[in-house]
Design a protein around this ligand. Sequence first.
Ligand code: B12
Length: 216
Amino acid sequence: MTSDELADIFLSGDDYYALRKVRYYLKTHTRKELFQELLTPAMYRIGQLWQENVISVADEHLATAICDFVISATDNRSQAEKEAAGKVMIMGFEGEDHYLGLKMVACVFREHGWVVYDMGPNLPLVHAMDAAEQLKPDVIGLSAALVSRLPLVKSYMDAFGILDPKPAVLIGGRAVTLADLSDAKAEGAVVLESLETLQNWIRSRKERNHETSASL
Ligand code: B12
């Protein structure tokens, strides 16, 4: 199945057929491949058709809802309970409504045994800080689809910088592939363009932690 075919199934409104096709794909592929090779390009295609006025806003909403459904229906929540490799809190910047990427990020962390607090999109900083003070996450992940959200990066970084213990901050989403985030990197943020780079980051963090505990 190609991502264009899946986009057509989303647009047809047949949610169970979409789920059947995705489950079949998962027999021979990983969930990261499902997200990266199939669901993300299918949704980018939906965005293109929407931009070109080939499909309506209602069509785009329907496709988004079905994509959301298949991500949830194929999520594996049992892994995190077994390992507890770390605690991550993820959210979209204030004013950011796109959240399917966040759901995928949550799944990738869970597959690596992390406990995930997915706060969804559009979380104002004051509420993000309250939650972080209570939950004390090892990692905070931020998502931005719109470049117009990126001026907020500095205020989020400054605020998270005073947390104790200080979490690692990851920034991802479509916007980071379109803009220069060298300022955020200089302030210590890790900018990740894809789920592939996220997975590499999670693995190398695990290796670093093993080395540290071995040398103690
Ligand atoms: C669905 C959708 C919506 C839905 C979102 C609902 C939802 N549940 O998310 C709704 C209708 C709300 C919406 C609204 C708008 N949207 Co919209 N939307 C889309 C669409 C079609 C799909 C988004 C999506 O889910 N993509 C799939 C996900 C999986 O991709 P992703 O977010 O990039 O995430 C991947 C990576 O970036 C990464 N990632 C994401 N976050 C993170 C975080 C970390 C830490 C890491 C490591 C990785 C990571 O992981 C994912 C895996 O591949 C896109 C098209 C597109 N190209 O994405 C347009 C699009 C993003 N929207 C667009 C626009 C213009 C808007 C609106 C301004 C429209 C309007 N006039 O109101 C509003 C803005 C709302 C707001 N304030 O945020 C434009 C943006 C253009 C631009 N100039 O930047 C796009 C590109 C469509 C287009 N071609 O014109 N939208």
